[in-house]
Every structure is written in structure tokens, then in C-alpha cells.
Design a protein around this ligand. Structure first.
Ligand SMILES: C[S@@+](CC[C@H](N)C(=O)[O-])C[C@H]1O[C@@H](n2cnc3c(N)ncnc32)[C@H](O)[C@@H]1O
Length: 254
């Protein structure tokens, strides 16, 4: 779909119907080899890199480096939760065996920019990947038995009832020994902090009740228990904005 055509359709279509059309298009095209030409200059200036927080190269490479340290192997099936425009995805897709990358995101526009702009730029248009546009964490629509899952800078934007939905559904698709890594802004205060918190490095201000959120660790312990998972504080993983890492497992796993 050319950009001008897309903009024209968007302008004359009620937002809810347009959104449904985009979801239909993505779900129709969810599984299979990627292709298509790069976005034109106008498309490349969409700002999708900024929309996922910028620091494109640094935070992208960091995701692969961290997962390699955690034992990621090419034959693993990996689920990228809130994959956006594949900032980490481009590195993960290249590393994994063809077909082992699965991504889910709420934004059709970010997925499209990733598919049409970033994959060609990284020489990855011949790769098979599985992508779903969905904001309900319906991972089962992509499959199950995932060895590794990652939600990088996703929980930092979500209220805890949405995180619980994510964890409950993750429990249904994680392999027995699977691990789900998720980043968040930590409130180490030890009591519920209702004032904003400024994080260093990065200088990001977070809040207890609006995006970007901070949480105490025991919130995740409670959410994990409700979802039939366990959670461990992994901590500092060199994120440039001081997001900390959690690792969830099935409660029955050791
Ligand atoms: C800060 S971006 C991070 C994207 C990616 N993980 C990365 O590191 O570049 C947060 C992403 O979470 C996605 N997101 C937010 N809520 C979501 C939901 N309920 N379901 C799926 N994706 C969601 C957004 O669309 C966005 O792409």
C-alpha cells in the first residue's frame, strides 16, 4: 500500500474502521516470508525509531547481547512482546534460525515501518518471521512452546492489570523451561511511592499511576503468582535509561 494511498484511505475512513482494517491486513499477512520495497523517503521519515524511544542502535544491540549472555541459541523460538519496529528484532532475526522469530505489537504503523523500512535496511527481507498486530497479548495465535520471550520497554508503559493479562497469556505459551525477560522502571523505595521518580542514567521521570510507570518488585511477585509464574529480579543490564530486568518462569520450573 503506497503511503499517499494509505493517507487518503485514512482521511476518509472513520478511525475505528481504519484501525480494524489495519489489524485485518496484518493478521492476514501475519505468518510467512516478509517482502516488499523499502518505504519511500517520506516513509523513512515516519519517525518510528523515535516512536519506540530512539537510541536505536544501542538498545537494539543490547537486547541481542543480553539474551546471548542468558544462553540464547539459534534454534530457540523467541517471542518479542511489543516488538515495535524491530529495534531488537533486526538483530534477533539475523541471529536466529530462519522462522524462529515471533513478534507481537499493538501498533500496525510501527510493524509496517519495521517490515517495510528496517528489514530491507538490514538485508532481512528473505527471512520468514511471524508477526501479529494485537494489543491483548494473544500469544497463542502465534503458537506455543517458546523458549525465550522478551518485553523490552513494554511494562514501563503499562498499568499492572495489563501486565497481568500479559503474564497469564505468557504462562500458556512458554515452554516448560522457558524464560520471559521483561524490563521495568524500579521503585526501590520499599513503600508505595505516589510521587514521581527520576531515574539515572537517562533522566526519565516515572509515575505510579501513569505512563511511564515505576513499580516495586513485590508488585511483580504478586502478579506472577496470580499468573502461575515465578519472578526473579535480574536487575541492571546496562540499559541506558536505567530500566531493570525481570525474569519470569513457570512456577513449576526450577
Ligand atoms: C517503547 S516501545 C519498545 C519496542 C521494542 N520492544 C523495542 O525495544 O524497540 C513499546 C512497544 O510496546 C507496544 N505495546 C504497548 N502496549 C501493547 C500491548 N498491549 N500489546 C502489544 N504491544 C504493546 C507499543 O506499540 C510499542 O511498540
Amino acid at each position: 500500500m503506497g503511503l499517499r494511498f494509505k493517507e487518503t484511505v485514512q482521511a476518509v475512513t472513520p478511525p475505528l474502521i481504519y484501525d480494524a482494517m489495519q489489524r485485518w491486513w496484518w493478521n492476514r499477512a501475519a505468518v510467512g516470508p516478509v517482502g516488499g520495497e523499502p518505504l519511500d523517503a517520506e516513509g523513512a521519515a515516519l519517525g518510528h525509531r523515535e516512536a519506540v524511544g530512539g537510541l536505536w542502535d544501542q538498545i537494539g544491540q543490547l537486547q541481542l547481547d543480553f539474551l546471548l549472555q542468558q544462553g540464547l541459541q539459534p534454534q530457540h523460538r523467541l517471542l518479542d512482546v511489543g516488538c515495535g519496529s524491530f529495534r531488537g528484532g533486526v538483530h534477533l532475526i539475523r541471529y536466529l534460525q530462519d522462522g524462529n522469530y515471533y513478534g507481537i505489537d499493538a501498533s500496525a504503523d510501527l510493524l509496517r515501518a519495521g517490515r517495510e523500512c528496517e528489514l530491507p535496511r538490514y538485508g532481512l527481507t528473505d527471512r520468514t518471521l511471524h508477526v501479529l498486530c494485537n494489543d491483548q497479548f494473544e500469544f497463542q495465535r502465534l503458537g506455543e512452546g517458546f523458549d525465550i520471550a522478551l518485553a523490552q520497554s513494554v511494562f514501563s508503559h503499562l498499568p499492572w492489570n495489563s501486565i497481568l493479562r500479559c503474564l497469564v497469556n505468557m504462562g500458556k505459551v512458554l515452554s516448560v523451561e522457558g524464560r520471559f525477560y521483561a524490563t521495568f522502571f524500579h521503585d526501590p523505595g520499599g513503600r508505595h511511592r505516589i510521587s514521581p521518580l527520576v531515574h539515572s542514567p537517562g533522566g526519565i521521570t516515572t509515575y505510579p499511576d501513569r505512563d511511564p510507570y515505576h513499580y516495586e518488585l513485590d508488585v511483580f511477585e504478586d502478579l506472577a503468582r496470580r499468573a502461575g509464574l515465578s519472578v526473579q529480579f535480574w536487575g541492571d543490564w546496562q540499559h541506558p535509561r536505567n530500566q531493570q530486568m525481570l525474569v519470569f518462569r513457570r512456577a513449576s520450573a526450577r
